[in-house]
Design a protein around this ligand. Structure first.
Ligand code: GLU
Length: 612
């Protein structure tokens, strides 16, 4: 582990937002949203601020003059660096810290805290994640700040006498039993102390987030929809959440409204002043436990006090000569990303038209094989001894999968990776022109997490326990202190000679590693620009009855003829929505041959890259 490595200059960030929220019918009608947005964007800092302080200036809006999410203008180019995240305010926060002399880790921490304010449904103080740091001199360090199960919780805590998940099947995703011990604050402090430049203070790094929470920011159409979708929770069992994300008139914040969260500003300032202790053993810890107890959770103050960050060895492989460095357990993401790429390597993917029948069939079969292995083998390696990581990432093992792929749709069982043993929401990446890269994915799991928010402290607690299996026999069953299995896959891709090529990551639950695989293949095999590879329509298949899920709206998608051809091969075809968040929200940075860094951001959400 190294301190003071070369200043990092480019930063790309994407944060996970889940497809697993309990949606309630929208109850809010639009205020004068369109006019408000345009005026507020132009007038940020002046009269649009309503009764409070002027909102933080926004240099770009994700919303057009009709109040619709823009689907273009997401790239940002820089000679020195790029910051790309799931929200322009967070990208601005990262740039500010770089300009003040921080390195990319410092900037990444600023982005992380800012996202907790402006994209609170996706990540924040009550969540956790993974950070991969690759330095220009070839060192890789992986920081695991994933949530863990409370010590008193086991595989049966949320099951009723019939073995069903309590509360109508929601006890693992809403309320106290869904909440894992949060890791974000510990992770950010660990990263700052061990990898930060030491040239900027914790206060400087956190100030942009504090300003956003204090002064406020403009709500987008996308975020307003997210709040709308959780209106039922907010007006029902989770009124504290509602106190933060419903307006004084009781309606969801609308596009163009200014949202402020002074309670969150207070918590952030307490951390800036006192460090992680105040969160894990001090005043904030007391408030967290008091609220969790109201929702019948089992987390204790000891659980918070005992939370530890882990350093882990990343998983590595190659894809057509490029070096892949990605997320190890407790994420399944990097391992299965490599497994998928290893299978694809046996095919001339570049000669196939993206989302043609042949292409979609190959990706579908490959994804299903990986998901069968995931279900059989993947869990927290701190608790499970025999996770066959070497076999799952072995190219000969992948060949056994490609040998089984035919021209027909198949049901897949797990393979035998152990025979080849011989021998990783929101996501952000940081890279500079010297070749230093940091990539992070972090989450509170479902949109708005467990829906339990900490009163007077302004943040939402995760429902990361939802990533455990509810089957007590599963390798991924709940045990006290165990990490729930993740799919997050913050990834670095290097050229054959070890120089940097690209970094990327995405939210999207179990769609994460299939999405990362599609984007990598589109850039390497199909020669698309990174932005094009991100923007174009994606597919997904994890072997369930939905078969191949395909996206509408986005360019280059599966067309009607292709649907028919795939059905003829035996595939069930399920159309998802237009620009569907189901397929994630990728942010990444690519190094161009002339040394320019190009950041790209996903038009399915509010992401924006800014370069300098
Ligand atoms: N909790 C999920 C994971 O760790 C991410 C949630 C999402 O991206 O929707 O894989």
């Amino acid at each position: 582990m190294k301190k003071n490595w070369t200043k990092l200059l480019a930063l790309s960030m994407s944060f996970t937002l889940t497809g697993c929220g309990t949606a309630s019918p929208p109850a809010a009608e639009s205020s004068a949203a369109v006019e408000t947005t345009v005026q507020a964007t132009e007038a940020a800092g002046t009269e649009a601020s309503g009764n409070g302080p002027a909102p933080v200036e926004q240099v770009w809006s994700p919303v057009d003059e009709n109040g619709q999410t823009k689907r273009d203008d997401r790239e940002g180019t820089g000679e020195n660096g790029v910051v790309t995240s799931a929200n322009v305010y967070a990208s601005q926060a990262g740039l500010k810290v770089l300009e003040e002399g921080g390195n990319a880790v410092d900037a990444a921490i600023a982005v992380s805290y800012a996202l907790g304010v402006v994209e609170p449904q996706a990540s924040g103080l009550g969540g956790g994640g993974f950070m991969l740091v690759h330095t220009a001199d070839g060192d890789d360090s992986f920081i695991d700040y994933r949530e863990v199960a409370p010590a008193a919780q086991d595989a049966y805590s949320w099951l009723d006498e019939n073995g069903e998940v309590k509360n109508g099947g929601t006890a693992n995703s809403r309320g106290g039993l869904a909440i894992g011990v949060p890791g974000e604050v510990a992770g950010m402090e660990y990263a700052r102390e061990n990898f930060g430049s030491g040239k900027v203070t914790r206060q400087q790094i956190m100030q942009p987030a504090i300003d956003l929470a204090t002064q406020g920011y403009l709500v987008s159409t996308y975020q307003s929809q997210q709040i709308n979708d959780h209106y039922g929770d907010m007006t029902g069992d989770y009124p504290v959440l509602g106190s933060y994300y419903l307006r004084e008139d009781g309606l969801p914040y609308q596009n163009g409204d200014v949202l402020r969260n002074p309670d969150l500003a207070k918590s952030l300032q307490m951390i800036a002043t006192n460090g992680a202790e105040v969160f894990y053993t001090g005043e904030i810890a007391d408030a967290i436990i008091a609220e969790i107890e109201k929702y019948e959770g089992l987390m204790t103050k000891e659980d918070l006090a005992n939370y530890k960050v882990n350093m882990r060895e990343p998983v590595r492989s190659t894809y057509r000569g490029y070096k892949i460095i990605s997320c190890p357990p407790p994420s399944s993401g990097g391992t299965h990303l490599i497994e998928i790429l290893n299978v694809l390597e046996n095919y001339d993917v570049g000669s196939m038209e993206v989302n043609s029948p042949e292409y979609a069939h190959l990706f579908s079969e490959t994804f299903k094989a990986a998901f069968a292995d995931r279900a059989a083998y993947m869990g927290d390696t701190d608790f499970i001894d025999n996770v066959p990581l070497v076999g799952l990432t072995n190219k000969d093992y992948a060949k056994t999968i490609s040998d089984k792929i035919t021209d027909q749709c198949q049901k897949w069982q797990e393979g035998d990776p152990k025979a080849y043993e011989g021998n990783s929401t929101t996501s952000f990446s940081v890279a500079d022109k010297e070749g230093n890269i940091v990539t992070v994915t972090q989450t509170i799991e479902c949109s708005f997490g467990s829906a339990v928010a900490v009163p007077e402290y302004g943040f939402i607690l995760n429902d990361q326990m939802h990533d455990f299996s509810t089957d007590p026999e599963s390798v991924n069953c709940v045990e006290g202190g165990k990490h729930p299995l993740s799919s997050m896959s913050p990834t670095v891709v290097l050229n054959e000679d070890g120089t940097p090529f690209m970094t990327l990551g995405t939210p999207g639950g179990v769609r994460i590693f299939p999405t990362v695989a599609q984007v990598i293949s589109r850039v390497i095999d199909s020669k698309m620009s990174l932005q094009e590879a991100i923007t174009n329509a994606r597919i997904f298949d994890n072997g369930t009855d939905d078969g191949i899920c395909y996206e509408l709206g986005a360019p280059g998608g599966v067309d009607e003829e292709t649907v028919k051809a795939l059905e003829a091969m035996g595939h069930t075809m399920t159309a998802k929505g237009e620009w569907d968040m189901f397929f994630g929200g990728v942010q990444g940075v690519i190094y161009m041959d002339d040394g320019t860094l190009v950041g790209a951001a996903d038009p399915r959400r509010d992401g924006k890259a800014l370069g300098y």
